[in-house]
Write a protein that binds this ligand. Sequence first.
Ligand SMILES: O=P(O)(O)OC[C@@H](O)[C@@H](O)c1c[nH]c2ccccc12
Length: 269
Amino acid sequence: MNKRIAAHLTSLRKTGRKALVTFITAGDPDLATTATLLPLLERAGVDIIELGIPFSDPMADGPTIQRASERALAAGTTLSSVLELVQSVRPAVTVPIVLMGYSNPIYHYGWERFAVDAAAAGVDGLLLVDLPPEEADELLPVARSAGLDLIFLLTPTSGPDRIARVARSGSGFLYYVTVTGVTGARQHVSQSLSGELAAVRSAVRLPVMAGFGISTPEQAALVAADADGVVVGSAIVKLFEQYRGEQLQEAVTALVGSLKLGISHSTRT
Ligand SMILES: O=P(O)(O)OC[C@@H](O)[C@@H](O)c1c[nH]c2ccccc12
């Protein structure tokens, strides 16, 4: 269990607040921008930072995040330089940092070496999109001993056995993917989401963060009502296609602020 994630989510729950989790790709458009944005995201109100490790074949990502990965790879971003970046910004960022990625680069880096190096850099959690609990037998023990939470995904098609398996293997929080398909802003939140989230939350002890397709404060408020927090990625990453420098910082701050406000108006527990 990672102390930073558990402490932060417990304090939110005790004060009846919902978490805002945001995703950006490390190295998009360069690592200097990422180093500036991580403390800025915390100041804007983000509770957990998801930091994407750019990958050449991001099969779970829609076009917006695919293009972010391409920009980061074009800038020469590597797994090692992402870990160095986290280490350099860690003193300025108190909220948890969760690395998001695909298992291939981590496998080549070495499961145990990665868990040790990531924890030493100040990473709090890891979500590997294409590594279900059944294939995490090597990573789970070394992540646990390094104090890294392994976060697993649930989807609308996850049955009771799957939910139990993911809840047993994962720690920190569970990620509920609100729609079937890839990441990317959607027009509407699924009508069945509320019931699905209620069912998952009653079956697991871990906090449940819901993501995919959330791009407006209204959508964030709607989803937050039935989850412990919401995840927003593409709507933020889209700003990287339009802005750079100070303008990007202002745009990210404004969007995060509006999402945070939307979630704070969210009702129910
Ligand atoms: O981009 P969206 O639709 O706002 O969804 C969040 C998502 O981008 C982020 O959590 C994420 C980025 N890459 C992923 C791969 C799998 C699951 C989740 C992710």
